[in-house]
Design a protein around this ligand. Structure first.
Ligand SMILES: C[C@H](NC(=O)[C@@H](N)CCCCN)C(=O)O
Length: 473
């Protein structure tokens, strides 16, 4: 009889605990749509600041030449140094491993802090305070006299910025999965990209206005740096909610021990042909877009004789297009599939637009919107496709690896674009000819197209179902 009572008591206890756990899950913060989307907006702000800073100096290339004597190669170096920590120290991959070990809050804070420090150092390197023999000026003047002390300090700043920025994107992807898994995940990814691109859009339009400020053109660089600093503060708010959610679901974090990165995972990834093709597409496609975007305002300024403001505005049409189209194509991929085909169409459009830029004088307004369609088709189809090829528990390592490979292109091609520009234009020329630079970007697009075709062909063999709707796999 006592044992019978004990049995009934245990059953009641287990049932009660289960009920309490279910209740906790039901009422956790992530189950409240308002809180979930508010969290997306919070981390979206961090991403927007990240993308704003990345692009803030692109419409100011001619200003940097006027103020500091930057050549096109110097500008290319400045753009590309962002990628050095991610290519040569595999920071995006390492960041993913650190993320698995330390969790979202500590990793996020650490890398966004690096990003902030880098942004502030860059703005300081361009400031009058530094140029009037400020801290570090004498040191930066004491070596490599071929490079100005301004350029050297700004390179150091952008290096630190890049070290933090890429891993913070990986952290934010994990955050989206944490809050939206089993809910509106694909849409959330689309909106996240849209918010990120809002940062680029603002950068191309605000920087040309801010350089006209009474306090001097460096208001543009300080504003960008303070935007990133505010993102660090906003992330602190996110951390409070993240902690609360973790307490509610009674887990230390989203990832379990078995999800931790192992080096054998990388070997498995490298044996997967579909993954290799999508990574190579990521490398070539993004190398034909981001480095192009960094030079685009200067290209419009030189080819069409536009003002800094107008050329910045045209560049910003690319992110505007993506803000609208990426969530739409994401929705399409979820519902109807055709991801591999969309990547082919996106690559084809990219090549066509770059060739038009190289050889014709067609209005860049329409072309940039069309390029925005290409830049929505490929990302909207690419990132969810990786989730079909790679086990969900390895998705962080897979994205980290892709980011590191992609950064090889984001490092090399801005430098090459600058070298090609300097090499094909006589020194001191008043109007730069971009034909060869544009041809270089078109060639990258051709390689992207080839990898997209191979990916579609491979999909028939591997059976990952890239052409099928999201929920059918
Ligand atoms: C998601 C993807 N972002 C990236 O690929 C980053 N590794 C590079 C970002 C560089 C410019 N901010 C994207 O934006 O589509």
């Amino acid at each position: 009889m006592p044992s019978e009572k004990a049995f009934v008591f245990s059953v009641l206890l287990i049932t009660n605990t289960k009920l309490m756990n279910t209740e906790a899950l039901k009422t956790s913060l992530r189950d409240n749509p308002f809180t979930r989307w508010a969290m997306l907006l919070t981390v979206g702000f961090v991403l927007a600041a990240n993308y704003y800073f990345y692009d803030a100096l692109s419409p100011l290339k001619s200003t940097l030449t006027k103020e500091f004597g930057f050549t096109s190669t110097d500008f290319g170096l400045f753009v590309s140094v962002y990628s050095i920590p991610n290519v040569f120290f595999l920071m995006a991959v390492m960041g993913g491993i650190i993320l698995d070990k330390l969790g979202i809050r500590r990793t996020g804070f650490m890398f966004i802090a690096f990003m902030t420090l880098g942004a502030l150092v860059t703005a300081y390197g361009a400031s009058d305070m530094y140029r009037n023999n400020g801290l570090g000026y004498a040191f930066m003047s004491s070596f490599m006299p071929g490079y100005s002390p301004e350029l050297k300090m700004m390179l150091l700043g952008r290096f630190l910025f890049g070290l933090g920025a890429e891993t913070s994107i990986v952290v934010i992807s994990k955050i989206i999965v944490k809050w939206f898994k089993g809910k509106e995940l694909a849409l959330a990814f689309g909106v996240k990209l849209g918010l990120a691109r809002t940062g680029s859009f603002l950068a191309f339009n605000l920087s040309p206005i801010l350089i006209e400020a009474e306090a001097g053109w460096t208001v543009a660089t300080w504003f960008a740096a303070f935007f990133v600093t505010s993102a660090l503060l906003v992330f602190l708010i996110y951390m409070m909610f993240d902690l609360k959610l973790d307490r509610q679901v009674e887990h230390g974090g989203l990832l379990s021990k078995s999800e931790e990165f192992q080096f054998s995972d990388l070997t498995k990834l490298l044996m997967n042909r579909s993954f290799i093709y999508v990574t190579l597409l990521c490398l070539t496609f993004y190398s034909a877009v981001f480095p192009f975007l960094s030079f685009s305002a200067d290209f419009f300024l030189n080819k069409f004789g536009m003002s800094i403001k107008e050329s910045g505005f045209i560049s910003s049409l690319l992110p505007v297009g993506t803000m609208i189209f990426t969530p739409l194509f994401g929705f399409f991929v979820d519902k109807y599939g055709k991801a591999a085909s969309l990547m082919i169409y996106g690559s084809l459009i990219l090549v066509t637009v770059h060739l038009i830029f190289a050889f014709t004088g067609l209005t860049p307004y329409v072309m940039m919107v069309i390029l925005g369609v290409a830049f929505s088709l490929v990302p909207a189809a690419m990132w969810p496709s990786v989730a079909k090829m790679v086990d969900e528990t390895r998705i962080g390592s897979a994205y980290g690896f892709m980011f590191s490979v992609q950064n090889l292109g984001l490092w090399a091609f801005p430098i090459l674009a600058g070298v090609v520009l300097d090499g094909t234009n006589p020194e001191g020329t008043s109007q730069l000819d971009y034909t060869y630079t544009m041809l270089m970007f078109a060639c990258l697009g051709v390689f992207g197209l080839l990898f997209a075709l191979l990916l579609k062909r491979e999909d028939k063999v591997s059976g990952y179902g890239l052409e099928l709707p999201s929920n059918s796999k």
